[in-house]
Design a protein around this ligand. Structure first.
Ligand code: M6R
Length: 610
């Protein structure tokens, strides 16, 4: 999704802005731009273009881009095609005021008509340009007041940064429904839509709340609501390091993140499991443990990969915690008028903690009186702050657009949360101890699975040109089938469908043709025999089976063209091991097809608009 960087300080702004934009590249974008306050000329330099940041860099080569105040943006088109004119920043008619914006202004069309009637000439098709003209109309020498006044007319989501050529001493930032963080340095501030653009400079940050704004000067900052009521902010620490957001020796962030899963899983468990007592220690839910103990129903809500984790969570909560559980797409939950009674706990799962639909689902659940928990990776993100309690993933920054390590950590956190509930309800300590011991062994087993990378690459080479794939699994592995198919679709643009294996006979079996790759999750377990029958059905129709199976399984080897053998673990842990080969398979197919693995077309890392 769009990215914002803004700088005010003593240093040259342009290199800082450009570096910040590069750090935000992973969010997905189609154009980029920058506006600089050029002290010596009392005007703004605005440069923007469709394409990559490298194109912007090439365009600016040799130009005088000096200045210590500026804003920059990577755009992911919503209103208007991705082109040079629609790229941000957007300026008012005088060219003196510039704004960058993430989010969507819902009443932009009405505002545009109004402004046009007043004689404003629009250059772009964007909703954002409305903001530039509104602020300019309200500007009487005080940028903060102009932004406040302009925002009063606006309905919708925004994270914005605004500068004015006549105010070299001020950068104004505001947010409503779109994240904005302020990095606090010595005599300088960096505004960004996500911490990765800031941590190179400082780990001291301030998170703006919805309908809050900040006026940044080199000698200090002032925060208020957009209705001008002063607010008090604490400076907080970002946990992530620069090293964590760099690719190191890997060609892609996705591969790095797949490969670091043994470590990220250990990080998610660290300090939370006691194998002696069978206790799970989750500090973030301690204050609500009584309500959890008496929960009658759990609703897990999320989008995309996090929703797949939620599907596994449904099995876990019913098996381990013995509590009635449902899973809902956040986008459906928020508009469905869900029934929430006393005793319903809503758990939102989100890597970024900023997904618009998941956040709206949290707000809807809270409005209806539910206790809301967050299972979130990004510390300080909006969902993390707005939920009543929660459990952080602690798996480190996930930069690749395709979610990988966050998914496996979500699974681990769901296991731990279901045990936390289970121990307070019916789960015996000896049983909990067994689960904990099993769970603690998982990172090493993942390390073992990762060693299969070369064999999985060979399978990818064999099938990379196939246009259609099926992924099938049952029980705990049905969500893994969905996740495997999503990974292939989103980064290699190959059509893939994931299904519960039993559903195949109800229609999709008609798709199977000679040589079509069909991926089975076929580990030993409760439904193993049923899965073997499904494999027979696929084989007899000429489908080529790629099976993830338990080490040493001869039956699966007989039926499948290719077997990826994983260690034998209890069913609740199988999704963690099984998804790793599917992540690698998707990765290699995408690389072999020449796709931009970390920046897949049309996709954004964090979907902060509906
Ligand atoms: O940040 P979130 O976990 O809330 O994101 C949810 C989905 O947008 C995300 O999982 C998406 O489906 C990924 N591209 C999947 O790889």
């Amino acid at each position: 999704m769009c990215g914002i960087v803004g700088y005010i300080g003593q240093k040259q702004a342009y290199p800082i802005l450009l570096e910040g934009l590069k750090r935000l590249e992973y969010r997905g974008y189609d154009s980029a731009g920058v506006a600089l306050q050029q002290d010596h000329e009392g005007r703004l330099a605005v440069i923007k273009a469709k394409g990559r940041i490298a194109d912007l860099e090439a365009m600016t080569a040799g130009r005088d881009l000096s200045g210590t105040l500026g804003i920059a943006h990577t755009r992911w088109a919503t209103h208007g095609a991705p082109n040079d004119v629609n790229a941000h920043p957007h300026a008012d008619m005088s060219g003196k005021l510039a704004v960058v914006h993430n989010g969507i202004i819902e009443n932009w069309s009405a505002l545009r008509q109004l402004l046009e009637q007043e004689g404003v000439k629009f250059r772009s098709e964007t909703d954002t340009e409305v903001l530039a003209h509104l602020f300019a109309r309200a500007y009487k020498g005080d940028l903060e007041k102009a932004v406040q006044e302009g925002l009063r007319e606006v309905r919708g989501a925004y994270g914005i940064a605004v500068i004015h050529a006549d105010r070299p001493d001020v950068l104004v930032a505001a947010r409503n429904g779109s994240p904005l963080i302020i990095g606090v340095g010595e005599g300088e501030y960096i505004v960004a839509s996500d911490a990765s653009a800031i941590i190179e400079h400082t780990t001291n940050v301030i998170y703006l709340e919805d309908r809050e704004m900040a006026t940044l000067r080199r000698d200090g900052l002032r925060t208020s609501t957009v209705d001008a009521i002063p607010t008090h902010k604490e400076v907080q620490q970002v946990e992530w390091s620069l090293e964590q957001i760099e690719k190191k020796c890997y060609p892609h962030f996705m591969l790095k993140e797949i490969m670091e899963q043994a470590e990220s899983l250990s990080d998610s468990m660290r300090g939370r499991l006691d194998a002696e007592t069978g206790e799970v220690v989750l500090g973030g839910v301690r204050d609500v443990s009584k309500q959890l103990t008496h929960a009658r129903r759990v609703i897990l809500t999320a989008c995309g990969t996090a929703w797949h984790a939620g599907l596994v969570g449904e099995y876990l909560f019913e098996d381990i915690a013995r509590v009635q559980t449902e899973v809902d797409y956040a986008s459906e939950f928020r508009y469905r008028n869900p029934i929430i009674d006393e005793g319903t706990i809503v758990i939102a799962i989100s890597q970024s903690g900023e997904t618009a639909d998941t956040l709206a689902a949290v707000r809807e659940a809270k409005l209806k009186g539910a206790l809301c928990l967050g299972i979130v990776n990004v510390v300080g993100s909006t969902i993390a702050r707005e939920t009543d309690a929660g459990v952080y993933l602690h798996c480190g920054p996930e930069i690749g657009v395709a979610s990988t390590k966050a998914f496996t950590s979500q699974l681990v956190v769901l296991i731990m949360t279901s045990m936390y509930l289970g121990r307070r309800r019916h789960l015996a300590p000896y049983h909990a101890r067994e689960i904990i011991k099993g769970l603690q062994a998982v990172p090493d087993l993942v390390r073992h699975v990762l060693k299969l990378n070369d064999a999985i690459r060979d399978v990818a080479a064999r099938y990379k040109d196939c246009p259609n794939w099926l992924y099938l699994g049952r029980g705990y592995n049905y969500p893994v089938a969905l996740e495997g198919a999503l990974k292939l679709k989103e980064i290699s643009y190959v059509h893939a469908e994931g299904l519960p294996a039993a559903e195949m006979k109800h229609g999709p079996i008609a798709l199977i043709t000679e040589g079509m790759p069909v991926v089975f999750l076929a580990n030993k377990g409760l439904q193993y025999d049923k899965v073997l029958s499904n494999m027979e059905e696929v084989r007899s129709r000429g489908g080529h089976i790629i099976a993830v199976a338990t080490e040493g399984d001869k039956e699966v080897a007989r039926l499948a063209k290719h077997v990826v053998s994983v260690p034998d673990v209890p069913e609740p842990f199988q999704p963690i091991l099984n998804v790793v080969p599917l992540q690698l398979l998707a990765y290699h197919v995408a690389v072999m097809r020449g796709c931009a693995v970390d920046k897949p077309r049309n996709l954004a890392k964090s979907v902060t608009v509906e």
